[in-house]
Structure formats: structure tokens, C-alpha cells
Design a protein around this ligand. Structure first.
Ligand SMILES: N[C@@H](CCC(=O)N[C@@H](CS)C(=O)NCC(=O)O)C(=O)O
Length: 79
């Protein structure tokens, strides 16, 4: 299951959520970022050293940067 790390109020997270909706990709989401879980922790920085959301985990594959994530999702899941 695709896991999206990032608060839904973030525009950069929202575009990933929008892409998932368009591509009918099931996902789980965790609230990370200002106001939620802090991204300046070793746990989060090990996923994205920039400490920004969104980050995705797709099985063992980790990716950050919203536009790169959308390109990845389209490449992997779009027909
Ligand atoms: N270029 C990055 C920008 C990511 C970014 O600026 N994310 C903001 C939220 S929109 C963030 O993580 N801010 C720190 C925080 O919320 O803790 C992308 O497109 O993913």
C-alpha cells in the first residue's frame, strides 16, 4: 500500500492526493509537517533530508519532491 507522509493542508501534499484520486491509487496518509508530527526528527530526515512534505513510501521505495512523486505515480500506475 502506498503511504503518503504529509498534512492534507499542504498544497504540495494535496497535488499528490489529487494525482492518486485521478489514477485511482489506494493509499494511506500520515499527518506530518508544521502543526502535526515534526519533520526535523531523525526518523523523518532519514526519509527526506530536506525535512519537507510530501514523502511517499511505496513498499521499500522512498521518494520526496511533489512533482517527482507525481511523475513516479503516473509512470508506475497510469494505464
Ligand atoms: N519542492 C517541495 C516543497 C515542499 C514543501 O515546501 N513542503 C512544505 C509544506 S507545503 C513543508 O514541508 N513545510 C515544512 C512543514 O510543514 O513542516 C515539493 O514540491 O515537494
Amino acid at each position: 500500500m502506498l503511504n503518503i507522509l504529509g498534512k492534507a493542508s499542504s498544497i504540495n501534499v494535496r497535488k499528490v492526493l489529487w494525482a492518486c484520486a485521478e489514477l485511482h491509487i489506494p493509499f494511506e496518509r500520515e499527518d506530518w509537517g508544521m502543526g502535526f508530527r515534526h519533520t526535523d526528527t531523525p526518523e523523518f530526515l532519514s526519509l527526506n533530508p530536506n525535512g519537507l512534505v510530501p514523502v511517499i513510501k511505496d513498499d521499500d521505495f522512498v521518494l520526496w519532491e511533489s512533482n517527482s512523486i507525481i511523475r513516479y505515480l503516473a509512470s508506475r500506475y497510469a494505464g
